[in-house]
Design a protein around this ligand. Structure first.
Ligand SMILES: [Zn+2]
Length: 455
């Protein structure tokens, strides 16, 4: 009965909009689902485009969401053609971009539709006009637009300059506005203008009928090549980075093997996705995603060594990540790889973090890093300190002893891995009870809370 009710509710709320959030020109965690959650979650089925925009199938889509893009990946001829034919078919395109500062690649696309992204900042307060008259308009910051007579202004700044507007393009609709009118936080906690953004988009997108019985599917990066056992995934815009990133991975991997003394956990690191961003990466264990121009790559190399080691490192600790230092240990692996590759930035990165933690806990004996609300700098710095001390006191190769012991003593399908378990494994690895030492560093760990044996 309950199942039936849920089903009928879901069907009654069948969305009338199929949207695609494009993250192929510039990836952000915000556009990877948070925009949809803020403005369209009840009205639209959204999928993300990870592949070349030129090849995106928009036949059963009525709303395409674009951001400014990145200069390293200009909107190419094929992408422009696809946008134009989507408009020809009655689709709606929202472009969120500003011309202030460096002009984004989408500005050139917009020029063909009679719009110029000015480099002049909008002056607050802003006001809705036409159908947005009387609405509250929030702008974080952003630029103004210069538009031909085809456009209808929707938001003006204090001086009457346009900040958001739309126009018909054949049967389609183009909406152009400042990026600052929309949220940006990766946790979706800033849904500014949500009283009108969603309804505006739905009213335009509904001009094109879609088949709601055929939900759209995510489009993945369509190009790939094999590098040994690793499948490298990319699209036309990120292809230029693929070989260099693979080269870094191949440099890094033997060092990770040496530091940890083991291979990645079985089944892990099968795929590596090149992301169109300079903003870092992520890992699911099986797939690691790497920001193509992170830290100024390929001109600068150390940040990429650290990032790849970090994301790959997650695949070494799984399926039992250490709770306190899951992130610090990944970056420490990157630092250690960098030191082994004689990169001076690695030592500087380590020392910077240790110094920040020493400001909070000068000899590392006072503050419990596992306490609720413990400062990030304390957690990271104290983790690094522990790894360095363990190597000093129990090395060489203390970390490898730990990884090897962890693989050996943890039974498959274990339910949890706590810091008590972690210290027990370290104790077995170095053949010495380390609970007193960790306690002397103010860790809240206790042998009685682990089922693992003493050395
Ligand atoms: Zn991480």
């Amino acid at each position: 009965m309950i199942h039936f009710l849920l089903l009928s509710v879901a069907m009654a709320a069948d969305p009338t909009v199929h949207s695609v959030s494009d993250i192929s020109q510039h990836f952000s965690f915000y556009m990877d689902g948070r925009f949809h959650r803020q403005y369209l979650k009840d009205t639209s089925r959204d999928v993300r485009n990870w592949g070349s925009l030129s090849q995106l199938d928009l036949s059963n889509v009525n709303l395409l969401l674009l951001t400014g893009g990145d200069e390293r990946i200009p909107y190419d001829e094929g992408a422009r053609r696809n946008i134009a034919s989507f408009l020809d078919g009655g689709g709606t395109v929202l472009v969120m971009a500003d011309g202030t500062g460096k002009s984004p690649p989408v500005a050139e696309v917009m020029a063909a539709y009679g719009a110029v992204l000015d480099d002049e900042s909008a002056a607050k307060p802003l006001a809705g006009v036409g159908e947005l008259e009387g609405q509250d308009i929030v702008l974080r910051r952003g630029g103004t637009l210069e538009l031909d007579e085809q456009w209808t202004p929707l938001v003006l700044d204090r001086d009457g300059r346009v900040v958001l507007a739309d126009r018909r393009v054949g049967p389609g609709t183009l909406i152009l506005g400042s990026r600052g009118l929309f949220g940006q936080k990766p946790d979706a906690s800033d849904p500014i203008n949500d009283s009108w953004v969603g309804p505006l988009l739905v009213s335009r997108a509904s001009r094109k009928a879609i088949d709601t019985t055929r939900p759209p599917r995510r489009t993945w990066a369509e190009d790939s090549k094999q590098a040994g056992p690793l499948k490298i995934e990319f699209h036309d815009g990120t292809e230029q980075f693929a070989d260099d990133i693979v080269a870094v991975y191949e440099d890094v991997r033997p060092h990770l093997l040496a530091i940890t003394g083991v291979e990645p956990s079985p089944g892990m690191i099968q795929r590596m996705l090149i992301l169109p961003t300079g903003g870092g990466g992520f890992s699911s264990g099986v797939c690691i995603a790497i920001g193509a121009w992170w830290g100024g790559f390929p001109a600068k190399r150390y940040p990429m060594v650290e990032l790849i080691s970090h994301e790959a490192g997650h695949s070494w600790v799984l399926p039992y990540p250490e709770p306190l230092w899951n992130e610090p240990i990944a970056t420490w692996l990157g630092i250690e790889v960098g030191r082994r590759m004689d990169m001076p930035q690695a030592t500087r990165t380590l020392e910077r973090q240790l110094a920040k933690a020493r400001k909070l806990d000068p000899d590392f004996t006072k503050l419990n890093p596992m306490a609720k609300g413990a400062a990030r700098d304390l957690i990271w710095g104290k983790s690094y300190y522990v790894f360095e001390e363990l190597e000093k006191n129990h090395g060489p190769g203390a970390m490898a002893k730990y990884f090897q012991t962890k693989r050996r003593v943890l039974e498959p399908n274990r339910q949890a891995y706590t810091m008590d378990d972690c210290v027990a494994v370290w104790s077995l690895a170095v053949n010495e009870d380390l609970f007193p030492w960790f306690q002397s560093l103010a860790f809240d760990v206790d042998r009685s809370r682990t089922d693992l044996p003493a050395p």
